[in-house]
Design a protein around this ligand. Structure first.
Ligand SMILES: [Zn+2]
Length: 640
C-alpha cells in the first residue's frame, strides 16, 4: 500500500513538474512571444533574451507576436499578453517593478510591472526586463562584468531548459542608482573621448546599468533644496536663514553658500506650503551643500551633546574642523515638517541628507518615523578606512536607523581613485550589506567614474549588490573572476594584489593628499604618482602575463585579459604624466612634457572604442590636476 501510494505521488509530481525545453542539443525548441502590442519594455526584453541565448548556444530564437505565433514545442511569453492573463498573471496586482517567473505546461512566462516607455530610461519601470535578466542569470549564468560585448559573459551550452519555477519577485530597493557620470565636461576636451566614441560609451554603459537593474519604482526629487531661497525670500524673511557669528542673517556674500535657520516655524511652514502647491508625495528638505551653521538660540537649543568621537575621523583640512554638532536640530526640523505635511497627506515623506555636521547620529533621543527618508552622505570617509573608522561609519547608519527614519545610501566614495587600480571592494561591500541588513530602502551613489579595466571588481560588486544584497562578496567576485576561464585564479591574485596595495597605502595616501592639496574626487591626478609609483605596477603586470598564458587557447578570456592589460598600461602612462604635469610641481613646463602628453592622447584615441575607461571623466579630473597645454583645449577630433 505504501509503495503504491509513493508511486502515485511520484507520478503526480512528474506530471506537474514543468521543465520547459528552450534549446535541445543545438536545436531551437521554443519561440519568444510578446503581446500583439507589446510595451517598449517587453519588446526590448524579448530582444535581450534572444541575444543572450544566442551568445550561449549559437541559436537565435524567433520572436513572434502572439497572434502570429505558430504552435512551437514551447513558448517564452514575455510581458503582459493574452496567454499570461489566461494563465492568471495579473500585472495590476504586482508591486512596482515586480515580476513573475512561471513555468506552466510547455511555456515559460516572464511578466512584470512595466511602464510603456523607453526601456533604457532609469525612470521607466521595467519589471519584465528585470525578470528576463533574472532568468538569464539563472539559466545561462549571464554576468555583466563591464559595458559592451567583451564584458558580457554567458555560459556556453548546447541545451537550455527553463526549470520549473513559480515565483513573484519584488524589488528589494525602490531606487537603485549609481549616477552614470556621463555629463563630465573638461576645459581640455582633447584629453577625453571623440564625440562618436562617447556616444558608444554612453550607450553601452546605459545598457549595462539596466542589466544590473538600475532604475526606480517611482520618480523622486531631492537634492540641496534651498539654494535659490535667499534670492526668493531673503529680503522679506532674513530670519529664515542662518544667523552668522557677526549677528547678521543669510549668506556672507551674495554668491556664498548658506544654510537655513531650520528651527524657524514660518520657514518650515513655507516649505510645506510650497510642497502643497507643487504636489507629490515627497518634500525635499535637504540642506544646501554646506554645514549647518545657524547660531540662533532656538536652533542651538535643539542640538544634542556632541559625541566624544565627533571629529576623530576627519582630516585636519576638513571643513568639519571647528564645527558644531547639529544633527538633532535637523532631525527635529524634518520631524516637524513631516508632521505639518501629514495634516494634508499622512503619507507625505520628507527627504533629508545627513551630511557634514549633521551626519553623525543624533544624541538627544529624538524619534523619527518611516515618513522621513534620509540620505546617508558622509563628508570624507573615503575607502579604504581603518577598522575603527569603518566601524564608526556603520554605527552612524545604525544610529539613524534607530530613530525610526528610513535610510538610503547616498555616498560619494565611488568618485575616488582616478584611473588607478584602486580597489576597496570588500570594505565597500561590507558597508552596503550593513545598510541592506538594517533597513536600507534605496541607493544613490555619486558617481560612476567608469574605470572598468582597473577598478572592475569594485564596480561589478557595487552593481551586483543591488540585485543580490545578501550574497557573499567573495561569491560575487568569483562570478567576475570565473569569466576569465582558466585565468580566474590569476585575475583574483591580480586584484587581491591591488586591494592589498590600496589598503596598505591608506595612511601614505592621506598624507600625500594633504601635502599636495589634492582632492580624492576632484583632483586625484594631482597626486596619483605619489601613491602609485611605477615600481608597484611591475608585479601586477607580471601576473597578467601569466594570466594571458593560461588562456592562450581561449579567445574570449584572452580578450578580457587584454582589456585588463590595456587598463594597466593606461594607468602607468597617467602616472608618468602626473609626475611631470601636476600643478603641485610648479617647475614643470608644458614644453618639457609635450611628447609625453601626446603619447597619452594617442593612447586614448587608439583605445577609445574598447570601453576600458570613461575618458571624459578623466579629462575632467586632469583639468583640475595638471598643467595642460592650450592645444588640448581643442576637440579630440581636431587634435594634431
Ligand atoms: Zn536658527
Amino acid at each position: 500500500m505504501r509503495i503504491l501510494l509513493s508511486l502515485v505521488l511520484t507520478c503526480l509530481i512528474t506530471n506537474t513538474r514543468a521543465d520547459v525545453p528552450i534549446i535541445t542539443n543545438g536545436k531551437a525548441m521554443a519561440i519568444i512571444v510578446t503581446s500583439d502590442r507589446p510595451s517598449q519594455v517587453a519588446s526590448y526584453a524579448a530582444n535581450e533574451l534572444a541575444l543572450h541565448i544566442e551568445k550561449a548556444t549559437g541559436i537565435r530564437l524567433r520572436i513572434a507576436k502572439e497572434s502570429e505565433s505558430s504552435r512551437a514545442a514551447s513558448h517564452l511569453f514575455i510581458g503582459d499578453c493574452e496567454a499570461s492573463r489566461a494563465a492568471g498573471i495579473d500585472v495590476k496586482q504586482l508591486t512596482p517593478e515586480a515580476f513573475v517567473l512561471r513555468a506552466q505546461g510547455n511555456d515559460l512566462f516572464i511578466v512584470g510591472d512595466d511602464k510603456n516607455d523607453d526601456p533604457l530610461d532609469a525612470d521607466t519601470r521595467a519589471g519584465t526586463l528585470w525578470g528576463a535578466y533574472e532568468w538569464l542569470d539563472r539559466a545561462v549564468h549571464a554576468r555583466w562584468l563591464w559595458p559592451g560585448e567583451g564584458g558580457t559573459f554567458v555560459q556556453k551550452t548546447t541545451s537550455i531548459v527553463a526549470i520549473d519555477v513559480n515565483e513573484t519577485v519584488p524589488m528589494k530597493l525602490f531606487q537603485r542608482k549609481i549616477r552614470p557620470g556621463l555629463g563630465m565636461e573638461s576645459e581640455h576636451p582633447a584629453m577625453g573621448f571623440t564625440k562618436a566614441a562617447f556616444e558608444q560609451y554612453s550607450r553601452d554603459q546605459t545598457v549595462f546599468l539596466r542589466r544590473h537593474r538600475m532604475g526606480r519604482s517611482f520618480p523622486m526629487g531631492y537634492g540641496h533644496a534651498f539654494t535659490d531661497w535667499w534670492q526668493k525670500y531673503g529680503n522679506e524673511h532674513p530670519e529664515w536663514f542662518q544667523l552668522r557669528e557677526d549677528g547678521k542673517r543669510g549668506p556672507k556674500k551674495s554668491t556664498s553658500r548658506f544654510s537655513m535657520c531650520v528651527s524657524n516655524p514660518e520657514f518650515r511652514q513655507q516649505l510645506v506650503t510650497n510642497w502643497k502647491a507643487k504636489g507629490g508625495k515627497f518634500i525635499n528638505a535637504c540642506e544646501n551643500d554646506i554645514l549647518g551653521t545657524c547660531t540662533c538660540a532656538l536652533c542651538q537649543g535643539l542640538d544634542g551633546p556632541a559625541p566624544a568621537d565627533y571629529l576623530t575621523y576627519y582630516s585636519p583640512s576638513s571643513k568639519m574642523v571647528g564645527s558644531r554638532f547639529v544633527s538633532d536640530r535637523y532631525a527635529h526640523f524634518w520631524l516637524n515638517v513631516q508632521q505639518l505635511a501629514a495634516k494634508t497627506d499622512p503619507d507625505a515623506t520628507v527627504i533629508g541628507y545627513v551630511y557634514f555636521n549633521y551626519f553623525q547620529a543624533p544624541t538627544s533621543g529624538v524619534k523619527l518615523n518611516p515618513n522621513i527618508l534620509l540620505g546617508f552622505c558622509p563628508s570624507g570617509g573615503f575607502f579604504p578606512r581603518s577598522d575603527a573608522e569603518h566601524a564608526w561609519m556603520k554605527q552612524q547608519w545604525s544610529g539613524w536607523r534607530d530613530t525610526g527614519a528610513r535610510l538610503f545610501l547616498r555616498t560619494n566614495h565611488l568618485l575616488d581613485g582616478y584611473c588607478m587600480p584602486y580597489i576597496f571592494v570588500h570594505q565597500f561591500a561590507d558597508e552596503f550589506q550593513h545598510a541592506a541588513r538594517n533597513g536600507m530602502v534605496a541607493t544613490d551613489f555619486d558617481s560612476l567614474t567608469g574605470q572598468w579595466s582597473t577598478q572592475g571588481p569594485t564596480l561589478y560588486v557595487a552593481s551586483r549588490l543591488h540585485v543580490k544584497p545578501e550574497a557573499s562578496v567573495d561569491d560575487l567576485l568569483a562570478e567576475y573572476y570565473n569569466a576569465f576561464g582558466k585565468a580566474a585564479p590569476d585575475v583574483k591574485r591580480y586584484f587581491d594584489y591591488w586591494e592589498s596595495y590600496t589598503a596598505t597605502h591608506r595612511e601614505s595616501l592621506a598624507k600625500s593628499f594633504e601635502e599636495l592639496q589634492a582632492s580624492r574626487w576632484r583632483s586625484f591626478a594631482k597626486a596619483a604618482h605619489a601613491i602609485f609609483s611605477l615600481e608597484c605596477f611591475a608585479p601586477a603586470d607580471a601576473i597578467l602575463d601569466e594570466a594571458a598564458k593560461a588562456v592562450a587557447n581561449d579567445s574570449e578570456a584572452s580578450a578580457r585579459i587584454e582589456f585588463l592589460k590595456l587598463g594597466l598600461a593606461h594607468a602607468m602612462l597617467c602616472v608618468r604624466v602626473a609626475s611631470q604635469l601636476t600643478i603641485a610641481q610648479p617647475t614643470a613646463t608644458k614644453e618639457q612634457t609635450k611628447a609625453l602628453l601626446e603619447e597619452l592622447i594617442a593612447f586614448r584615441r587608439a583605445n577609445e572604442r574598447k570601453g576600458i575607461a570613461n575618458f571624459n571623466q578623466l579629462a575632467w579630473v586632469e583639468d583640475l590636476s595638471w598643467k595642460l597645454s592650450d592645444e588640448t583645449k581643442q576637440a579630440p577630433d581636431l587634435y594634431p
